[in-house]
Design a protein around this ligand. Structure first.
Ligand SMILES: [Zn+2]
Length: 108
């Protein structure tokens, strides 16, 4: 018995939601049930559409969108913060680099 799964489609790219056999869905370990939310054909169309859009904007944004589409909603809701440590302003570089390489002409 072939299980039927719902392909969510994408209104943004004119992909209609429909039902398809489970084997038509790509494996996606990040999903709760390990399967993508769109069938292979539509997933390809969707990602291709995203990539096309993103090329007009930024590559980095495309990756974010693709990742957001790939993860479950609960995980996608987690805000992305850049945890870059600030540069300390008060720290002056007063120590000069030590000279370790003194003349070692010992040969002979
Ligand atoms: Zn589909």
């Amino acid at each position: 018995m072939a299980e039927i799964r719902r392909c969510i489609g994408s209104t943004r790219y004119g992909i209609e939601a429909h039902e398809a056999p489970v084997e038509d869905f790509p494996a996606q370990p990040s999903q709760k049930d390990g399967l993508g939310r769109m069938c292979k054909t539509h997933w390809n169309q969707y990602t291709a559409g995203l990539a096309r859009d993103a090329r007009a904007r930024k590559v980095a944004e495309a990756e974010t969108e693709l990742q957001a589409a790939a993860v479950p909603d609960t995980e996608a809701a987690v805000p992305v913060e850049s945890k870059r440590p600030r540069k300390r302003k008060g720290a002056k570089a007063t120590t000069l680099p030590e000279e370790t390489s003194e003349a070692t002409a010992d040969a002979g």
